[in-house]
Write a protein of this length. Sequence first.
Lengths: 230, 230
Amino acid sequence: MIFRQLFERESSTYTYLLGCTETRAAALIDTVKSEVPKYVQLLDELDLQLVYVLDTHTHADHITGAGELRDATGCKTLLGEEAHSPCVSTGLKDGDLIPVGKLLLKAIYTPGHTDDSYCYLLEHGGQSCVFTGDTLLIRSTGRTDFQNGSATAQYHSLFDKLLTLPDHTWVYPAHDYKGWQISTIGEEKQHNPRLQLGSLDAYVDFMHNLELPNPTLMDVAVPANRTCGK
Amino acid sequence: MIFRQLFERESSTYTYLLGCTETRAAALIDTVKSEVPKYVQLLDELDLQLVYVLDTHTHADHITGAGELRDATGCKTLLGEEAHSPCVSTGLKDGDLIPVGKLLLKAIYTPGHTDDSYCYLLEHGGQSCVFTGDTLLIRSTGRTDFQNGSATAQYHSLFDKLLTLPDHTWVYPAHDYKGWQISTIGEEKQHNPRLQLGSLDAYVDFMHNLELPNPTLMDVAVPANRTCGK
């Protein structure tokens, strides 16, 4: 398997490139529009054919490269069906399987950050990894105060879904703001302060009191992402 | 083996944490002083004992965390003997072996970016990786125009040493400015534009004509790093 984690500095976004060594099929998760030329360069240099661009949700902090990449490569674009995004090739639902050559991604519906948030699970060669979008971050979780976000839904997505994955599962988030790149489910269970609050009520109370400013790009990014970033 | 690549945004520096699963001994390569509290947090959370802090060279773009980490943890600090740095625990020379629990790093002297530049090779579980400092970057190489840098020496370090490693060797550089994190020797041989110039003369000519501004922090960082960042 070919794997790359790529970083876009302005929005601190991690984009993931997955490639099948055998068939050369590839997928990109959570792309950023300004980085599209670099993705195309890397796909070309690694001799990979892009078949899917997936988003974990309708982003509010950056514009997806999905539409441009579809134009450039003919790939399909995927996003949760809850996004009601007329531009995507397929609206995903919980449990959907996405084949990337001989690799297989599984969509897990994890509402909370937004009502269209999905995580993608990959099991390969005895190792599992989960691309957690803005649902589970390293030592943090995604905010839940707009785009039909819900702290209650996020608590259930975290505790009833993600944290039931094996402890050794690698966690690959959509963002990190302190320069950390990777974690595991076990590590987050033990050291993520928001997962130590002890109850649904305490979690909801904590999330409701974050008082975060809106993302700078929100008014531009959300409408743009509803048309695949175009 | 425990492995983390950490990113410091201001100087675009990658720091590497290597840990031995069995003995819990750990090493950090190319630390940044402002990040020391985060390293200490992560070492603690991963239940690791820091035994070595290594620098690949005397940095001109950031201040090393070596001295502070030695004070905080009692670890040893390592740097090439050519640095003539009175503060380091040991001055390394070509071929030195550095045991980190059951992991073994090998120092490779690779002058060029500076005259005290080293790379560190790790072979583990059938996979090799090399921490290339500012000698080999992803699709680039480190500048050679100060601190006794030499484009000729760098050419030989690249072609006679690093590029003789197996193609599948992972390349972990000290910096990347475009958000890429990892490469391989084979990939760089094939796609790094500076490695396609065809001759020593062409390489030296190219490096002499880069006309780069000095790093902002150079006048502060170089003297500070000669005292382990303190």
